[in-house]
Write a protein that binds this ligand. Structure first.
Ligand code: PMP
Length: 388
């Protein structure tokens, strides 16, 4: 019976081999990515089929949620760190600490209304997280004070070392290198450059140089400024358009040249004083990175929370795309732009899909939270926007 079993196995193997013939494979020696930073950037540009088909205009999203850290911010973090190391502000393998204010896509000091899953991700990656009132994170003076406190040198680091209960985690006091670095993505030019040198050229290549408009929200402004300036330098006719969520002052700055008009300030919730449904974009001050975008912005759209939320649900249903709040906001602005310009065919509008919905379960993708926030989910909003 042993020989019978062996014979059976042999025939079975031959049978499978006859059924499944592998196709020839082209061998390549350049396909191994050297470490996690090699996974950053070079993201695909995806056609949003439902919106493109309905409008007759190509709506293309840069799939930044595919970066290893889950958002467009990987590019910025890598560039800021690379540049800081080149400038001698940050030293690898010395236990240097990087300080940053963020809504969770970048790292460490964040407003206390930010979705909980972002905090958990940072903690899992070994970051120390300090949560502050939203108002204080956008206060420039505090930021500058922090910057001074954090770019401490050797003397400060020695006294800090003795007082710190986590001193076993810090480098030995004999270190002569400064070990605190404030990344400051809002004011740091490396942020702009990451997009001017990386994301912008990728979009140009992927569209064969055919871009009618680039649409983006702004938090620090690095994305819209860097990509916008690059595309403008390739083709002066590309329109750069801002998608601005409720409560942000940038829309008024672009449309009327002022951050806030008094009437509106009294009527609307100030963005940094309330819980925000859309995270990561919209701000009430001008950053250095945003200043680089203002001269090239030709239009802006104010997007309501209801529009952004409804767009995200529409895209899951029609495209199987599960996106975060700023991506949804960007796509609403794309549709509004196409309608306003009365574009039909031959045009293509590019935007950024900043992160995935899985960063937003506790707020933007939480129907109970939205109900409490008074934000309706209504597919008709999107169907009306798309109707001819
Ligand atoms: N989307 C998300 C999810 C973000 O975290 C950010 C950064 N705050 C942005 C968009 C905006 O990008 P930028 O800072 O380049 O304006």
């Amino acid at each position: 019976s042993t020989s019978f079993a062996l014979e059976y196995q042999k025939r079975k193997k031959e049978h499978i081999a006859r059924q499944y013939k592998p196709r020839p494979i082209e061998l390549r020696s350049d396909e191994i990515i050297k470490g996690v930073t090699g996974l950053i950037g070079n993201t695909p540009l995806v056609r949003i089929n439902s919106l493109s088909d309905a409008l007759g205009v190509e709506i293309l999203g840069k799939a930044e949620f595919l970066n290893p850290g889950g958002s467009v911010k990987d590019r910025v973090a890598l560039k800021i760190i690379d540049d800081a190391e080149k400038q001698g502000l940050l030293h690898p393998h010395t236990g240097s600490r990087i300080f940053e204010g963020t809504v969770g896509s970048t790292a460490i000091i964040m407003p206390d209304d930010v979705a909980e899953e972002k905090v958990k991700t940072l903690l899992a990656l070994g970051a120390q997280v300090e949560r502050v009132r939203p108002a204080s994170i956008v206060d420039k003076k505090q930021n500058l004070a922090k910057q001074r406190a954090m770019s401490f040198g050797v003397e400060d680091s020695l006294s800090d070392h003795a007082a710190n209960p986590r001193s076993h985690l810090l480098p030995t006091p004999s270190s002569t290198k400064p070990r605190g670095f404030f990344a400051d993505q809002f004011e740091n030019r490396s942020n702009f450059e990451a997009h001017f040198e990386g994301t912008g050229p990728e979009i140009w290549r992927q569209t064969n140089g055919r871009v009618s408009a680039f649409v983006s929200g702004a938090g620090t402004g690095g994305t819209v400024a860097g990509i916008g300036q690059f595309l403008k330098s390739m083709d002066e006719d590309v329109r750069i358009v801002l998608a601005d969520p409720e409560g942000s002052g940038l829309y008024n700055k672009v449309k009327h040249g002022v951050m806030f008009d008094r009437r509106e300030a009294e009527g609307t919730k100030r963005r940094h004083q309330v819980d925000t449904v859309v995270e990561g974009i919209g701000i009430n001050r001008l950053t250095k990175n945003m200043e680089l975008a203002l001269p090239i912005l030709s239009d802006a759209f104010r997007i309501t929370d209801a529009e952004a939320v409804s767009m995200s649900r529409y895209l899951v249903e029609h495209d199987g795309l599960f996106l975060g709040s700023s991506s949804a906001c960007n796509l609403v602005a794309c549709v509004k732009l196409v309608k306003k310009m009365a574009w039909r065919d031959g045009q293509s509008v590019v935007t950024i899909l900043c992160d995935s919905g899985n960063r937003h379960y506790s707020k933007f993708w939480n129907d109970d939270y939205l109900q409490r926030a008074g934000t309706p989910i209504d597919m008709h909003i999107i169907e009306d926007l798309l109707s001819p």
